[in-house]
Design a protein around this ligand. Structure first.
Ligand SMILES: [Zn+2]
Length: 177
């Protein structure tokens, strides 16, 4: 945790860059945030700016290489900060297209619960509850998965997942050249 906070402080100074699959940070589970201080607020603000720059609906800290349970969602003019989030209830199911800033240009249909109740801390360490459904529930779940090192391609068929992985590995190799 101390190590994580130090890494985060350095990241604030340098500016944030969204990591693209197969970056190993995307597969690692994040740790709970324990200190709600000015530096955390600063980091969340940096994440928000980064998310807007990349025109994302959501962004999770592991996507910028910080293994802490911090996720943001921006939807229909509302901005949600989910720190140490947990699902309390889930109900029904929905299917729809999902994209991810760590998989640029890739979209795939994913099955998720239709409605969820989530508890999460805000930047001040106050616990808040969210009852969300439809696309917003999907966005919450997608970002919360990132905090466990889980990616949306893991919900796809082996064939579809294989095709996306191949495309992403090819892209990474071309960028390394
Ligand atoms: Zn994502």
């Amino acid at each position: 945790m101390k190590k994580g906070a130090k890494v985060r402080a350095a990241a604030i100074g340098e500016g944030l860059k969204v990591k693209v699959y197969p970056d190993p940070a995307l597969k690692m589970p994040a740790e709970n945030v324990r200190r709600f201080d000015a530096e955390l607020s600063l980091f969340v603000e940096k994440m928000r700016v980064t998310m807007e720059m990349y025109e994302g609906v959501g962004l999770a800290a592991p996507q910028v290489g910080i293994l802490e349970k911090i996720a943001l969602v921006s939807w229909e003019g509302f901005f949600y900060v989910l720190i140490n989030p947990r699902i309390l209830e889930e109900e029904g199911s929905q299917e729809g297209d999902e994209g991810c800033l760590s998989f640029p240009g890739i979209y795939a249909s994913v099955k998720r619960p239709a409605r969820i109740r989530v508890a999460a801390m805000d930047v001040n360490g106050t616990e808040r509850f969210y009852d969300v459904d439809g696309f917003l529930a999907r966005a919450f779940l997608h970002e919360m998965d990132h905090l466990e090192g889980k990616l949306f391609i893991e919900y796809l068929s082996t064939l579809k997942r294989g095709m996306i992985r191949k495309k992403m590995f090819k892209r990474a190799m071309e960028e390394d050249r």
